[in-house]
Design a protein around this ligand. Structure first.
Ligand SMILES: NC(=O)C1=CN([C@@H]2O[C@H](COP(=O)(O)OP(=O)(O)OC[C@H]3O[C@@H](n4cnc5c(N)ncnc54)[C@H](O)[C@@H]3O)[C@@H](O)[C@H]2O)C=CC1
Ligand SMILES: N[C@@H](CCC(=O)N[C@@H](CSC=O)C(=O)NCC(=O)O)C(=O)O
Ligand SMILES: [Zn+2]
Ligand SMILES: [Zn+2]
Length: 379
């Protein structure tokens, strides 16, 4: 049955309130307006940023909403003026847009895009500042411009990457967030050179992707730091060459790393979202040139600090969003790299469940053995 131009009623996991279990609801999804794309989501993974917003600690968190931003699907219909994708195209929704026209996109200095960010930050579409999701007339907010915990979603056309239709959607959904973030933090943000000593704080999906990126860049040592020693076994497969558990040491972890590396690492990456660790990650960097990249997302109200002397003496503190990748241009390139077996994706998937099991999937995320859990949306 043709659904184009019609409201679609489908299943979605709705976060009615912070921290309350998600509820599978029948949701009405309005047709896409001008510059919008309606996507049938086939697979979505869960990212810790979904859990962060759900926890109520995200200053941009709005409820009720439909979370989810690491997914893949097929275009169902497009609104007026959409030219770059059409029904049937295989796509990855991109929470970081790329319009190619705004000041950010044209700067050549950043992957951030200003075109729809104000609307996505308040859970609506740019055209009419309204949501395309509702339940019996009650609007449900969008999340990160993607809302992939729904069988159908509506996104801005600047937030859709068209990908190789041969690529398995149940795998490449991961290229919507965590894996590109880690790889790009190394390749685009830090620009790690061959021979560098790298420290990775936090060996979840993002930290492991940092390790994978650092190995590909030719790093000579990749030191993984995690409070869970069980992480080392898996981390070795992603390029980690040494492991340090801060709990095994009386000294501050930054001192442990400085001692291990004759003065500090060349590059460090914080992949946890803990502001004390962010400080340690900066301070374990080598005097004169060490660069630390903040990747983890810290809760509302949290602030970073260090002695300014750390920067005066040449250390550099940076951050990264989506690993600095331009989403619409480079996600298809990442998919191609995966198809050529140049980057890992399957290896990050530890669990597979269905949309109806989403609360169980969030429980799993807090267990040490879970990297990414992929939900099949239509089973
Ligand atoms: N900047 C960006 O564009 C993005 C940021 N993120 C953020 O990256 C962070 C990491 O995400 P995931 O890898 O999915 O998380 P994860 O929870 O799977 O991994 C975090 C790891 O840190 C370890 N850890 C926790 N506390 C620690 C401590 N004090 N010292 C050392 N290790 C510690 C845990 O044992 C775990 O292995 C999250 O904050 C997430 O929101 C995720 C995607 C994109
Ligand atoms: N609303 C949050 C923003 C958290 C944040 O920094 N998000 C990252 C992506 S995390 C993906 O899993 C990001 O890319 N930020 C750039 C952006 O434009 O949002 C908060 O305020 O804490
Ligand atoms: Zn994410
Ligand atoms: Zn732009």
């Amino acid at each position: 049955m043709a659904t184009q131009g019609q409201v679609i009623t489908c299943k979605a996991a709705v976060a009615w309130e912070a921290n309350k279990p998600l509820v599978i609801e029948d949701v009405q999804v309005a047709p896409p307006q001008a510059g919008e794309v309606r996507i049938k989501i086939l697979f979505t993974a869960l990212c810790h940023t979904d859990a962060y917003t759900w926890s109520g600690k995200d200053p941009e968190g709005l409820f009720p909403c439909i979370l989810g931003h690491e997914a893949a699907g097929i275009v169902e219909s497009v609104g007026e003026g959409v030219t770059e994708v059409q029904p049937g195209d295989h796509v990855i929704p991109c929470y970081q847009a790329e319009c190619r026209e705004c000041k950010f996109c044209k700067s050549g200095k950043t992957n951030l895009c200003g075109k729809v960010r104000a609307a996505t930050g308040v859970g609506v579409m740019m055209n009419d500042k309204k949501s395309r999701f509702s339940i019996n007339g009650k609007p449900i907010y969008h999340f990160m411009g993607t809302s992939t915990f729904s069988q159908y979603t509506v996104v801005h056309d600047v937030s859709v990457a068209k990908v190789d239709p041969q690529a398995p959607l149940e795998k490449i959904c991961l290229l919507g967030c965590g894996v590109p973030t880690g790889l790009g933090a190394v390749w685009n943000t830090a620009k790690v050179e061959a021979g560098s000593i790298v420290a990775v704080f936090g060996l979840g999906t993002v930290g492991l992707a940092v390790a994978e990126g650092a190995k590909a860049a030719g790093a000579s040592r990749i030191i993984g730091v995690d409070i869970d020693s069980k992480k080392y076994d898996t981390a070795k497969n992603f390029g980690v060459t040494e492991f340090v558990n801060p709990k095994d040491h009386d000294k501050p972890i930054q001192q442990v790393l400085v001692d291990l590396t004759d003065g500090g690492v060349d590059y460090s990456f914080e992949c946890i979202g803990n502001v004390s660790v962010m400080r340690a990650a900066l301070e374990c960097c080598h005097k004169g040139w060490g660069t630390s990249v903040i990747v983890g997302v810290a809760a509302s109200g949290q602030e970073i600090s260090t002695r300014p002397f750390q920067l005066v003496t040449g250390r550099v503190w940076k951050g990264t969003a989506f690993g600095g990748f331009k989403s619409r241009s480079q996600v298809p390139w990442l998919v191609d790299k995966y198809m050529k077996k140049e980057i890992k994706v399957d290896e990050y998937i530890t669990h597979e469940l269905t949309l109806g099991e989403i609360n169980k999937a969030f429980d799993l995320m807090h267990e040490g053995g879970c990297l990414r859990c992929v939900l099949s949306m239509h089973e």
